[in-house]
Design a protein around this ligand. Sequence first.
Ligand code: PLP
Length: 455
Amino acid sequence: MRYISTRGDTPAMSFQDAVLTGLAPDGGLLIPERIPDLSQEVEALRGADFVSLAAAIVAHFIDDIAPADQRRLLQDAYASFAHSDIAPLVDVGEVSVLELFHGPTLAFKDVALQLLGQLFDHTLSDRGGRLNVLAATSGDTGSAAIAGVQGKSNVNIAVMFPYGRISPLQELQMTTVADSNVHCLAVHGSFDDCQTLMKQTFADVDFKAEHQLGAVNSVNWARVLAQTVYYAYASLARDAGDGVDIAVPTGNFGNIFAGYIARRMGFPIARLLLGTNENDILAGVFKSGAYRRGDVHQTLSPSMDIQVASNFERLVYYVEEGSTHRVKDFMATFQRDGAATLQFDQVREQNIEARAIDTRTTLETIADTYRQHGYVLDPHSAVGVATALQLRGERPLVAVATAHPAKFPDAVQRALPDVSVTHPTLEALRDLPQRVVELPATERAIRGYIETHVA
Ligand SMILES: *Cc1c(COP(=O)(O)O)cnc(C)c1O
């Protein structure tokens, strides 16, 4: 399988090159040159364990790593998960909750980043060389990326986060990691400043090449690929002949896009139900075709406080049936005007329905789910469950749970004042020493740090 850019101006490349490249040099996103059809294999995969299912799926996307190595990398990636099913389904009333938070940092990002860390290590060991990952985080990505590459001798990682503006638990999850290849940078600025600093640093192609910089954000194709597995897994487990509907709390469109790919591969997924918080630009697209940027609102589900979804361009490519010039037009119009429109009948054909869930409904969903079923949802997962309940039809209903509730104690406390949720992994961090470097929000400071301490 070769990988091409949504903008059409990058030569096709192999899987391992796509993983190391991250964002395509023409500014587009990398996608497989075709989506493999697994419909003939689906029946045989019913009942397969998670790693076997993963091995069957990724084999269609990777032809430059030997199959036995692929399986070993998957096994090593998921050995760090605390639940033997990796992604267990738990029945909570009429909704089956797909728990994706049993990895080392208790959020769904571990599913992809544990595998990405293994892939980096494998490719670099094979080819020689090192990678210096630079990441910006507003919370969950940083700790999951660190956990993915922790202790890997050929990868260093520097994570920027806004000083004083992420939750204390999320900060501890990063700064208490003792490995010397991990650097936590508390930047005196906002999350947007961190992201701008990252883009500026990557935009300097010479600096990027000289310092072997790599990226782990959700535009990396390996992250999408790893996530397709749990959609396949849940659909096979719950399908009763007519497919399942799956609700997904959404920010950057990375998670739900993996569900879209799983369905196109032939797994029995009927509708994808997209839930946003008050940052509802994506909900708007699926109601009218109009993609229109607004102001970012701070909500109870901070990992979804995103207006411009970095993975949406991949869907635009499929909606536009692979026309790279129409993708480029759409993205250029959006860049210029802050708004662009897709043909609504073409959007509707994708079978994605959307709802924006407000703060009140999120809190009510946490409270009701606990009162009726004794199950505590985190605020992101509550957006998914609320979306599932609002859009439910006749088919089996799955809602993706993206974080353990103990990661977001303040929101849970607001909904359930008498309930306290804790997790031993998080409690254990409270007494550990922290390692963090404070830096001003300037490109010079970041580059200087990379030159002297990371590369
Ligand atoms: C990152 C994240 C999301 C949003 O995922 P996308 O791929 O950006 O849509 C939702 N919930 C949690 C807990 C997250 O960490």
